[in-house]
Write a protein of this length. Structure first.
Length: 274
């Protein structure tokens, strides 16, 4: 009898966007933010989305989160159409929404309490994820006692504690200094490797996208369409100063620059016609 061959199965689809468009009414007519987006996010993938300001990156995350609905098309999660928010997805904003009157532990447990999780289970999960983000010894601290980077880690622990299938992250590190951002890149890459979560990460920073992502999607200027994608196969751990990383980021940036120029030109035209 011949020896059985080991078959490698590709990761299954986690999120699927099918011909997704989103427009908004304005006094000057409909503003098309996104148009004809066809995108598949695989299970366990770290997908980064870049593009010029105003290309619809945050709108795209809101649609994935179920906080908004497409004007046309549909989004599916594990094969089921997304009709609204769900505990299988968590969106982390740049503005973290931490509660200053609660301790770190209470902030992490907040989502679990809203879900009706029993107190012993909430406690166990908060400790588990605070250890994961290296904040266990700050569980009784309050938000105002933490640095910016520590607050980001609390927000990440709070999101992970509800154990969603997908983390949606909207420029979470944009307001941080370069040193803190570099440390959080390492932390997030480690957590992704340890948990196997599917992450969709929006950023303006091309090097950040290349450092973190297994794939980078580039959106055009308004209306946002998928212009190109880049498979990032660089070995991990990655560092911003790596020559290979800089070279790959340069390839992405070269295409992004064309879209930034279009955004600047559109702004000039708008000012001239006011």
């Amino acid at each position: 009898m011949p020896e059985a061959l080991e078959v490698s199965h590709p990761p299954k689809s986690k999120l699927r966007l099918i011909d997704v468009s989103r427009s908004f009414p304005t006094p000057r007519g409909a503003l098309v933010a996104l148009e004809n987006i066809d995108l598949e996010v695989r299970e366990g993938e770290f997908l980064c989305i870049v593009g010029p300001s105003g290309c619809g990156k945050s709108t795209l995350l809101n649609l994935m989160a179920g906080l908004d609905q497409p004007t046309r098309g549909e989004i599916r999660m594990n094969g089921r159409r997304i009709e609204g928010p769900g505990t299988d997805r968590t969106l982390i904003f740049q503005e973290l929404g931490l509660f200053p009157w609660l301790t770190v532990q209470e902030n992490v447990e907040f989502g679990l309490r809203m879900q009706g999780v029993a107190k012993p289970e909430r406690r166990a999960r908060s400790q588990q994820y605070l250890r994961l983000v290296h904040l266990a010894r700050f569980e009784t601290s309050y938000v105002h006692q933490l640095s910016g980077g520590m607050k980001q880690r609390v927000a990440l622990a709070r999101s992970l504690a509800t154990e969603p299938d997908v983390l949606l992250m909207d420029e979470p590190f944009a307001a941080l200094d370069a040193q803190t951002r570099d440390l959080l890149h390492e932390e997030l890459a480690r957590i992704w490797a340890e948990t196997g979560k599917t992450i969709v990460f929006v950023t303006h920073n091309v090097r950040e996208a290349v450092r973190l992502g297994s794939r980078v999607i580039l959106l055009t200027f308004r209306p946002g369409r998928i212009k190109s994608q880049f498979i990032i196969s660089l070995p991990r751990p990655r560092h911003l100063e790596d020559p290979e990383l800089a070279l790959t980021a340069g390839e992405v940036l070269a295409q992004l620059k064309d879209e930034i120029d279009k955004a600047v030109e559109a702004e000039y035209r708008y000012e001239e016609n006011r």
